[in-house]
Each structure stands twice: as structure tokens, then as C-alpha cells.
Design a protein around this ligand. Structure first.
Ligand SMILES: Cc1cc2nc3c(=O)[nH]c(=O)nc-3n(C[C@H](O)[C@H](O)[C@H](O)COP(=O)(O)OP(=O)(O)OC[C@H]3O[C@@H](n4cnc5c(N)ncnc54)[C@H](O)[C@@H]3O)c2cc1C
Length: 380
């Protein structure tokens, strides 16, 4: 669904100002304290950020994919940990429910997800199932009206705050067709959450293990039919990858702006370093790649809004944009010189933050595999 253009412009403007005036001043604090202040989370709720992608009938903003990526491009202009606060509610934590949930499941959960009253997480990865995500070993065995679920999920974003998990578990034989998806409330007996992992970057966004010890989950909490869980998870990830690609573009644009500003100020050999063509080459390469990624993201979002299959396109957007922002962050450090390595300038923090984008929701190698497989399937 598409918003009235004036309403959407007002939202975009509010997000831009929120990023600039409220979030950017707190970046160093969030990195240091590994926590986003509660008053900021409250402001995110008031802005409607938890419900961006959730249909209006369930209390969300109901953005189209094109609108959503344009909001994410703005959110990319600050540390990505802020977006993680509501990122799972907007993306991987809620979209399985939006795509495959029954009317009863949707009306039970979506309004609270959209308002930010509760946090949701997506639990696919396991200690033994990362890139090979169809190899999940978490088991769900039907006993009357319940499934008993046991297993361990690893590196689950926002697990320490989540009230609801979308858990992929094995109900059938080996492989993707044996996997089903379940809505698992965090307060069920047998659910326990590990301590937040210490990470390279994106401090303030937490990942933890989710341990499921013979958890009795009502059969009514299954998302879709038995054996459809992997398909649901992959559709959720198609969408999530496009959103990450948009975030990468936003961060690249921020890094380029910071690098250009610094290059204009910093003087060596009697002139601003921006006057040196070797520095200009780094700016030109970064700008060109960021523009290409932006165009790709917007094109794929338009395809999604036309209900086209975007499995290959979203993988390509995520692959290109995440690799691109890695190169842009590296050049930004270079343009800042020694200051690029010093915490006070903030560039080293973004350099650490962006490394994750080439790893989660499918590594770059996994994206390459998807792109090649889909391209060959379509005959080139
Ligand atoms: C901060 C963070 C947040 C995360 N959030 C979530 C979350 O919310 N929910 C969730 O379910 N998961 C989450 N993950 C997990 C993430 O999606 C996985 O870490 C990722 O998919 C890679 O899996 P792995 O770590 O097991 O790496 P592995 O699969 O072990 O890969 C190791 C290396 O081998 C390569 N490789 C593997 N298979 C192949 C192949 N066939 N061909 C070529 N190369 C290959 C990989 O590309 C990589 O370079 C998160 C991870 C992190 C770090």
C-alpha cells in the first residue's frame, strides 16, 4: 500500500530530523554503553517506527517497499544499532506473520508489534546450521494440541528483549521440506535466553542464544502448514536483504559526506587534502558505487511492489550494497588518515559497524550462490 505523498514526505522529514537531531548526538554514547536509551526507544514508538511495514488495519504505517527503503536510506545516516531497536519488528521478526499468519494470529500479535509494545525476533540460525539454514536440528514433535520444541538458536538479534520468536524447527524429514515455522512466546516454560554476545560493532544491538527445552507450543501457533516453514523464512529474508541493502546505501552516503567534509577542512602541503586528485579518486569511486547501489535498491523495491519474485534481485542488492559499503568505509578511514583510526572521529565505529552486513541474513558467498542459481534457473 502507498501513503498519500504529502503524508509520506512528512514522515520522511520527521525521520530525517530524528536521525540528525536526536540519534547522531548519541552515537558515541550508545557504542560505549552498548545500550540505546529508553527515552529514544519511546520516541521511536511515537514516530511509528516499529510498525513501518505492518498493514494499517493492524495499527502499522503500512508502507510499500519503495517507501520503506526510502525511510531506511535515511536511517542509514546514523549508527545502525538504532535501526536494530525496531528492525526486527519491521522486518524478519514480523514478516513471517504478515505473510503466512492466520487472521487470529495477526490480530493477536501485529498491533502490539506495530506499536512497539513488544519486540519480535527471527530464530533460524543454530550452532550447526548457519549458511546451510535448511539443516536446522531444532525439533518440533506433535503431541495432541501442542508441539514440543527443543533445540538451540544462535546469534538471535534482540532475543534479550523479545516477547515473541518466529522459530524454524524440524517437524519432518531432512532438508528444507521438513522445516515448519512457529510463533513462540518468550514466556512459555522452557524458553531461556543466553547472555548478549560481545561483538565487533553495532553496540547497542544485542544477539543471544535462544534455548528451547521441551517447550509446549500450541498447534495454533504454527505459521502456515507443516513443511512450509523454510519457504516462509526465505520469503522473509528476500525482503530483509533488500532492507539491509538500503541501510548500506544510507551509511555509505553518510560516510561520503563525512569524508568530503573532513577533506575540505584538513590541510597538508599548504592546501586542503580535497584538492589532491588521489583523494578525489577515493571520493569519486565511493560516490559512484553508492549511486549504483541506491539505483539497484530502488529498482528492486519497485519490482517487489509489483509483486514480482525478487529472490535473485534482493540477493544481488544485498551482495553489492554490503560489499560496497565495506569499500566506502575503508576509503573513509583512508581519507581521514590517522584520525580515521581514532575513536573520537566516529569513522572507525562505522567501519566496524558495516562489517556485519556481509555476514548476516546470508553471507556474501550465500548471495553469490543464490544469484547464480536463480540466474541459471531463468536461463540467464
Ligand atoms: C550480529 C548478528 C546478528 C544475527 N542475527 C540473526 C537473527 O536475528 N536470526 C538468525 O536466525 N540468525 C542471525 N544471525 C546469524 C547469521 O545469519 C549467520 O551468522 C550467517 O547466516 C552465517 O552463518 P554462520 O555464522 O554459521 O557461518 P557459516 O555458515 O559457518 O560460514 C562460514 C564461512 O563459510 C562460507 N560458506 C558456507 N557455506 C558455503 C558455501 N556453500 N559456499 C561457499 N562458502 C560457504 C560462508 O560464506 C562464510 O564465509 C546473526 C549473526 C550475527 C553475527
Amino acid at each position: 500500500m502507498t501513503l498519500d505523498p504529502a503524508v509520506f514526505d512528512a514522515l520522511l522529514d520527521a525521520v530525517r530530523r530524528f536521525v540528525c537531531e536526536r540519534l547522531r548526538p548519541l552515537e558515541a554514547q550508545v557504542d560505549r554503553e552498548d545500550a540505546v536509551p529508553e527515552h529514544i526507544v519511546e520516541e521511536m514508538r511515537a514516530l511509528g517506527l516499529f510498525g513501518l511495514s505492518i498493514p494499517e488495519e493492524y495499527g502499522g504505517v503500512g508502507l510499500s517497499m519503495d517507501e520503506e527503503v526510502r525511510v531506511v536510506l535515511e536511517l542509514g545516516r546514523t549508527t545502525p544499532a538504532f535501526r536494530s531497536v525496531f528492525g526486527t519488528n519491521v522486518g524478519i521478526g514480523s514478516q513471517g506473520l504478515v505473510m503466512a499468519g492466520t487472521a487470529a494470529q495477526k490480530s493477536e500479535w501485529l498491533p502490539r508489534i506495530a506499536s512497539g509494545e513488544i519486540i519480535t525476533s527471527f530464530a533460524l540460525t543454530e550452532p550447526g546450521a548457519g549458511s546451510d539454514s535448511a539443516a536446522v536440528q531444532t525439533k518440533a514433535v506433535r503431541h495432541g494440541g501442542n508441539y514440543r520444541i527443543s533445540g538451540t538458536k544462535r546469534y538471535i538479534t534482540n532475543a534479550d528483549k523479545a516477547a515473541l520468536f518466529t522459530v524454524m524447527a524440524r517437524t519432518g524429514g531432512e532438508g528444507a521440506r521438513g522445516v515448519s515455522a512457529f510463533l513462540v512466546p518468550a514466556d512459555l516454560a522452557g524458553v531461556s535466553i543466553g547472555a548478549p554476545e560481545k561483538k565487533m560493532g553495532q553496540q547497542g544491538a544485542h544477539v543471544c542464544d535462544v534455548n528451547l527445552d521441551d517447550v509446549a507450543v500450541p498447534a495454533a501457533n504454527r505459521l502456515g502448514e507443516e513443511g512450509e516453514g523454510f519457504k516462509v523464512a526465505m520469503r522473509v529474508l528476500d525482503r530483509g536483504r533488500l532492507s539491509i541493502a538500503a541501510l548500506c546505501v544510507g551509511i555509505a552516503e553518510r560516510l561520503i559526506a563525512d569524508a568530503v567534509g573532513y577533506a575540505a577542512e584538513r590541510k597538508q602541503f599548504g592546501k586542503a587534502i580535497a584538492e589532491f586528485q588521489l583523494v578525489q579518486a577515493m571520493i569519486a569511486d565511493s560516490k559512484t558505487e553508492a549511486m549504483a547501489a541506491r539505483a539497484l535498491v530502488l529498482e528492486v523495491a519497485a519490482q517487489k511492489d509489483r509483486s514480482e519474485n525478487i529472490t535473485m534481485e534482493a540477493a544481488a542488492a544485498k551482495y553489492f550494497a554490503s560489499e560496497m559499503v565495506g569499500r566506502v568505509a575503508d576509503r573513509a578511514v583512508q581519507i581521514f588518515g590517522g584520525a580515521g583510526y581514532i575513536a573520537d572521529y566516529g569513522i572507525e565505529r562505522l567501519y566496524r559497524d558495516v562489517r556485519l552486513f556481509r555476514l548476516y541474513e546470508g553471507t556474501s558467498q550465500v548471495q553469490q550462490i543464490i544469484i547464480a542459481r536463480e540466474t541459471m534457473k531463468r536461463g540467464g
